[in-house]
Design a protein around this ligand. Structure first.
Ligand code: SF4
Length: 357
């Protein structure tokens, strides 16, 4: 693994291992009504098709906790229950076979209630994520640390971790959420050095796709580049499938995930002599089905084009109404612009059918 990762305790959530030297796990959360089993199952399966490895559902009441059993029968990825305030929901989720819990022990409030959850989780070897959110720190901590800051968030996390450790429970995962990236980065950096438990990273309430994607990429990317993070969730307003896609794109850009297609496309400039944006989009759409690692360059001219196209597995370097197709650095075709994409796709598909590229 790159980026000097501090190796954390490995914990199993269903069959997915988070922590240790394992690849970083991409997760998401449904936005359906959990009580609506059909809609929730449908969305979870869409997420799984996009590569989502763990999925969380909101459990706001007993009916939602009881729906877990029916949901799990129809999905193939581990399920985590997101629970606030009411310990009985966590107990019910555990009794209904949940694979993981996300709670904020602070808002369960009474320690004996947390103890009941921990006892049941321990019996079943179900991990608990302690989710500390800057927006819900206790007033005592805020007063002690002079406001909502990284030190206060870490202190809150440590307090909750100790609560679970004192109950002899160590299947712990921790997240520290703040919508302010500088605070979030500092908090994770401090906590990463303090604890052995795996870290769930993400930028909470990142917003709409667009700025939310950028904010998530900056926050999550900065942590990953420091070797911090064992599982991630990108939080975007809207369809959660895009959270999974963005999550893998962040990992891919840091070379922490290799599968699937990476399109290298130039930004275009005054030298561009082909419709590069269209060509790059056509190539991306046509190759989405490929799960193996593949780098394809789509470049606009003969200045940087051939160089980049040669570095990739395949590439197009456009020219004056025509262009060159490369495969592993070798020129395999010179064709008019309108034939380049189709031919490139054909070559890649043929190579795939013949066992590889
Ligand atoms: Fe411009 Fe060529 Fe660079 Fe594309 S590859 S940005 S067309 S110089």
């Amino acid at each position: 693994m790159k980026y000097n990762r501090i190796i954390k305790k490995a914990i199993a959530i269903g069959e997915v291992i988070v922590g240790g030297n394992n690849p970083i796990v991409v997760q998401s959360m449904t936005n359906t009504d959990t009580r609506n089993v059909l809609a929730t199952v449908q969305q979870i399966n869409q997420l799984a098709d996009a590569g989502c490895q763990l999925v969380r559902v909101a459990v706001p009441d007993i009916e939602a906790a009881q729906a877990i059993k029916a949901i799990q029968k129809k999905i193939n990825i581990p399920l985590i229950a997101d629970i606030h305030f009411d310990y009985r929901l966590a107990i019910e989720a555990l009794l209904n076979g949940i694979d993981g819990l996300r709670i904020n022990p602070g808002n369960i409030q009474e320690q004996d209630k947390v103890k009941l959850i921990v006892e049941k989780a321990k019996e079943r070897l179900i991990p608990i994520r302690i989710g500390v959110n800057a927006g819900s720190l206790s007033q005592n901590i805020i007063n002690e640390y002079n406001g909502i800051n990284a030190q206060a968030i870490v202190a809150s996390a440590c307090e909750h971790i100790k609560l679970l450790e004192d109950l002899d429970f160590d299947l712990i995962k921790v997240s520290l959420k703040s919508s302010k990236i500088p605070i979030m980065l500092e908090a994770y950096e401090i906590l990463n050095k303090k604890i052995i438990y795996p870290l769930h990273i993400g930028v909470t309430e990142a917003g709409l796709p667009g700025y939310g994607t950028i904010k998530s990429a900056v926050g999550i990317g900065a942590l990953l580049a420091k070797g911090i993070g064992d599982t991630l969730r990108v939080s975007l307003t809207g369809d959660p499938v895009s959270e999974v896609e963005v999550g893998f794109q962040i990992l891919k850009s840091l070379e922490l995930y290799e599968n699937g297609v990476e399109i290298i496309a130039c930004p275009t400039c005054g030298r561009t002599e082909v419709n590069l944006a269209l060509m790059a989009k056509q190539v991306e759409d046509a190759l989405k089905f490929i799960k193996k690692p593949l780098r394809v360059a789509v470049m606009g001219c003969v200045v940087n084009g051939p160089g980049e196209a040669k570095e990739a597995d395949y590439g197009i370097a456009g020219g004056n109404g025509k262009g060159i197709i490369f495969k592993k650095g070798e020129i395999v075709a010179i064709l008019p612009e309108e034939m380049l994409v189709e031919k490139l796709i054909l070559i890649i598909k043929e190579d795939l059918e013949n066992g590889g590229y």
